[in-house]
Design a protein around this ligand. Sequence first.
Ligand code: ATP
Ligand code: MG
Length: 334
Amino acid sequence: MAVIRERRLPYQTLTLELPIPTSTIAARPLDCCPPSVLNPPPRPFLSDLDKIKILGHGNSGNVYLVRHRLTGVLYALKTLSANESIRRRQISREIDIHRFADSPTIVRCDDVFSTPSGDIALLLEYMDIGSLESLLHARGRRPFTEAAIAAISRQVLLGLSYLHSHQIVHRDIKPGNLLVNAAGEIKIADFGVSKIIHQSFDTCVSYVGTSAYMSPERFDPESYGGNYDAFAADVWSLGLTVLELRLGHFPLLSPGQRPDWATLMCAICFSEMPEMPDTVSGDFRDFISRCLQKESRKRWTVEQLLAHPFVVNRDQTQSGRAFCELISSFRTTE
Ligand code: ATP
Ligand code: MG
């Protein structure tokens, strides 16, 4: 079935709503590429894409698996409803960040289209295993091994390091926004609420992202003087995400507990560090405690975490293999 026939937005010339300081953004390596890379096969038109199935629903729209009829290449097509001006601003940011991000740790966006109904569609590289959330769900929420989690942590930290070094904060790190492919790569996706910041403390505190993974200073900004370290807030979300993979459930609530706003507020802002089973290693416990410091100043930075024993004191080949085994067992149970 043919998907929508629409206009391709000039991806390279989209209006940048938030100017990114050129000094902070690495130039895309186009200038130094060989001629074969400078003349890649033409990008698909939207009318050349066949819709196969829905991959996910989000706050902003649907994500479809699509196949390019001429080449057979699979993509994920994320449609974004752009009917309100606030949404248009968010979409513009999402596109801007995809446009600049050039790292194997970030989901690649190959093109941007506008639909006749005024919506926007992002043509994304297809991550064929899905998100860490869907992977956890497919395993019946059976915890991941620490070796696999070490491989995941390292890759996500490398992605965050790339973003933070370019003054980009993600603001919605969670298992559903970390995507996996069959090669065992984990990439950061969904820049719908991300932001390019121009100072280390974000003075414009906005309640965006997924509340459950928000740090205390984002959840309750008034108690923290109205501004916060946006980079440290990403680290909190990473810590919760990693711990969720180890426990098999959202760490701040009991398994199956349905959160309302007040319960989440108490859990995030006032509760102690979540209980961990005795089988958890000292390195893992310490790694989590560095991420989940309630006071953002005490949280480790992404660079510090990349040098944490939980990440570096492991045989990377072995932990990468552990993650690939976990994926392959998932694939066989599909
Ligand atoms: P939310 O608001 O729930 O975070 P969203 O509307 O911003 O979602 P995404 O998080 O980008 O949308 O995508 C929703 C889901 O679609 C993901 O959790 C994932 O399961 C699937 N998905 C998104 N992009 C891809 C991709 N490139 N490859 C495979 N699956 C994808
Ligand atoms: Mg998402």
